[in-house]
Design a protein around this ligand. Structure first.
Ligand code: AOF
Ligand code: ZN
Length: 372
């Protein structure tokens, strides 16, 4: 959608501004939407920076334009640098092209085109309205930043986050199936906050049978459903530190069970109609069904069988590891056989930001390398 631009057509100030936009993009959470940042440049000076904070929140362009207005900038003299082509569609938020035109911004530089067919005509729309549009600045960096999201958009599948809470030696339950709790209240509360940010949450039918999880996002202190504690990561309780009463009801993800076992009539997840049984062991098929249901971001919460099947198919885009400070030496491993017999075949991930200490637990975020 963008016109090709010469490598050395960019000024140092434009380069710096796009680099700042990329840094800002990294502040957002990964998920159904890409990480996107934007910077406003006037007379070689960056007057404002903005970024996207996840599906349903304002896009980076709108965030940066608002910041520039607060700074009193004259946008009719500005260049807007964006790490992704501005969208032209009304999704969860209005089109960025409209915000750019209303602000009177005369020139836009975007790093890469948007592969989402709904959003992708932004550059064309802006040009038709008389805005100068260029693309390609720091394109490799912008592509790397959202490599897995770009793949999801091209193959029309949801973005997949997998979360697992394990001991220092990679166990999710002891030999007798006890697993409560491997991680403390602060890390578990973060897990519930994550549930409220995704469109769907998925567990295997084995975990359902063992744990009878509710799979709801709970930000208050209400107790979890009864369960045998086999796969604690599917049933984590909210933090006792969070007050019970005043919390609003969080957004509830579609609750999904994958696998060939039927869902028992007494399953806690049948509490309302917002659930789905995916009678397959094939992760691709499960994701295709979820995409048809409009799911853009799914959270895999276990157990090890389901997690392993997604890992084997290279369908885990983001991996969240909650590491509790304990050892078991035996018990159930977080991940099963991946068919790897030599180190060169290991599934590799890249750290996505710095690890965090939540209570006594280490919380680490990894992003998968681009698929070949
Ligand atoms: C932009 N700037 O900061 C982002 C864009 O559901 P919506 O309304 O948030 O739209 C999501 C789509 O918009 C997403 O799939 C991608 O194509 C584009 N994301 N576009 O102009 C942004 N995050
Ligand atoms: Zn947009």
């Amino acid at each position: 959608a963008g016109a090709p631009a010469e490598h050395d057509a960019w000024t140092p100030a434009e380069r710096d501004a796009m680099a700042r936009a990329l840094d800002a993009a990294r502040l957002g959470p990964r998920g159904a939407n890409p990480l996107v940042g934007a910077a406003v440049l006037i007379d070689d000076e960056i007057v404002a920076v903005g970024h996207h904070r996840g599906a349903g929140t304002p896009h980076a362009e709108v965030d940066a334009i608002a910041a520039a207005r607060r700074a009193g900038a004259d946008l009719t003299r500005a260049q807007l640098l964006v790490t992704l082509e501005p969208c032209s569609h009304t999704g969860r938020t209005p089109p960025c092209t409209r915000a750019i035109l209303e602000a009177g911004i005369p020139r836009v530089i975007h790093a890469i085109d948007d592969p989402n067919p709904q959003a992708a005509t932004g550059a064309h729309a802006l040009r038709s309205a008389g805005v100068e549009v260029c693309s390609g600045l720091l394109a490799a960096e912008a592509t790397a930043l959202n490599a897995r999201w770009l793949e999801c958009a091209r193959s029309r599948r949801p973005f997949v986050t997998a979360k697992t809470a394990m001991t220092l030696d990679g166990r999710i339950a002891a030999a007798d199936s006890t697993s409560q709790w491997i991680t403390g209240p602060a890390a578990r509360a973060q897990g519930h906050a994550l549930r409220a940010r995704v469109d769907a949450i998925l567990v295997g039918s084995g975990t359902l049978a063992a744990d009878n999880p509710r799979l709801t996002a709970r930000l208050d202190g209400e107790p979890a459903a009864q369960h045998s504690a086999a796969h604690q990561e599917a049933t984590q309780q909210p933090s006792a530190q969070h007050p019970t009463a005043q919390q609003p009801t969080p957004h509830q993800p579609l609750r999904c069970v994958m696998g060939l076992r039927p869902v028992p009539a007494t399953a806690a997840l049948r509490a309302d109609d917002n659930w789905l049984h995916l009678p397959t062991r094939d992760p691709r098929q499960a994701l295709a069904t979820l995409a048809d249901r409009g799911v853009g971001h799914v959270l895999i919460e276990g157990g090890a069988t389901v997690l392993t099947s997604f890992l084997v198919a290279d369908l885990v885009d983001e991996l969240l590891v909650h590491l509790g400070p304990l050892l078991l030496g035996a018990g159930r491993s977080a991940v099963g056989d991946l068919g790897v017999s030599t180190l060169a075949d290991a599934h590799r991930f890249h750290p996505d930001g710095a690890p965090a200490l939540l209570g006594e637990d280490l919380v680490m975020r990894y992003i998968a390398a681009p698929a070949n």
